[in-house]
Structures are given as structure tokens and as C-alpha cells.
Write a protein that binds this ligand. Sequence first.
Ligand code: PXL
Length: 264
Amino acid sequence: MQDLSCLGKCSLTVILPVISAMGVECSVLPTAVLSTHTGFPNPHVADLSAQIGPILDHWSTLGVEFSGILTGYQANPAQAGIARNLIERFGGENCLTICDPAMADHGKLYSGLNEEMVDAMLALCRKADLSLPNITEGAMLAGIPYRACADESYCAEIAQALHTKGIRSVLLTGMERAPGQTGFFFSDGHSTCAYSTARLPRNCHGTGDLFAAVVMGARMRGLDVPKAGALAAEFVKRCIARTGDDSRYGVAFEPELKWLAEQL
Ligand code: PXL
């Protein structure tokens, strides 16, 4: 369940091809159509919230079941409520739910979003088996001050605060264990693990969505969360290395899909 941003690869236009390339069937629930993602000035937004109820009602009549649900960017807090409803209706016992609270980065909410979104995303993430915030989102959801330099102990502090707020497992992206490195911190409330790799000095659009898609695909293919996260981190790094100068257009993931499929 994601928006469809027509131009500037992110959300559904990267999630669908990546999950398919991983050999996993992917159905889509588009929440909004945007002319571009919100990193471009003045995108045209067609909110599809009113269509989602009838789509879910039709699916109910078919008796379909899903083995996984992945939610990402929501155009407004009401849509985060609709995402919760999707999980309530279709996220049964055998369904793995992953929520990427895609709403902020580099210490700031995405353009067009406000504080209400943080509460709505928190309520959504509480429903998920696994949440995938970046450091900014993690700090906002946890209600603790954002720090640009997120070392392992800061990540552990965020994860602990998120568990206290009712979030089950959390994989925080953008941990900086040492200068020049990037990685993730995972906590399921009982045990933790951290992963770190060399950081390419670029900030590209849509990498969080790519990361989430690989984690979901890998979990569906039977990898545990730390292995799924490590595969996602490596894939995103390879895509960034291939990307040209204008990072608003997203990363060049297409040439790396073959490599990704070969890892499974
Ligand atoms: O990549 C996250 C994302 C998804 N969808 C839309 C966005 C963004 C980030 O800016 O604007 C519409």
C-alpha cells in the first residue's frame, strides 16, 4: 500500500519491480497518484482514499489472503488510518506486516506533512510486526530529539523508546557506527543486532522505499530480519553507485535487479 509517484522513482514504481524480481507476487493498493514525489516543487496530487474502501470490499468478496503487507508513504493522516484498517482486515495470523513510516528525513518532515502525521504513523506502526523508520522518523515517533550523527547507542535509545510506545520489532536505517559508515540497528525487544558498511557520499531519493521492498521480498523468501536488512543495504549501495548526478530522479536500481535475484 503506497502512493504512485509518476516521475522520480520511489514508492510503488520501485517496490513493485523489486518484489517481483525477487520472485514474490506483488499486488498493489495505490493510495494517491502524484505527478512527481514531493521532493519536486508543487506536485499535482490525486488522493485515492475514497477508492480504497471499495477496493478492499471487493477483495473481501474474493476471499483473498495475503502473506505479507507492506505500507509506506501516506499522503495524509487519514490514509495512515486506512492502512491500519487494511491490516485489521487482511493482516491475519499468517500475514507478515511491515510498516515503513516514510514521512521525514534529515531531521524534517516531508513537504506537505505536519505533526499529526507522526501520531498517525505511530498508531500504524503499533499494528506492524516490523517497522522500518530512518533515524529522523525513529526519533520523531519515539519523541526524542533528533541527532544527525546516529551512533549505535543513540539507535538503541530510539529503539527502546519505540518498544515502550508499543512498537514490536524495529529496524532503524541510517545508523552511523563510525564516520564514513552507514548501516542499520535492529531490535525485537529481546535482542539487538547492528550492521554497518561503507557509506557512499550521496543522498538519493527513494532509497528507503528500495530498502523496504528488499526487506519485504527477502522475508517472503524466508530470510530472517538481519539477513534481509543486510541484503537490502548491499542492494541499495550498489544502486547508488550506479546513479547519476540528479538524485531527485531516484536511484538506478534496474541494472541491479539481476544481482538481487541471484542472491536468493
Ligand atoms: O520515498 C518516500 C516518498 C514516497 N512517496 C512520496 C514522497 C516520498 C518522499 O518524499 O514524496 C510521494
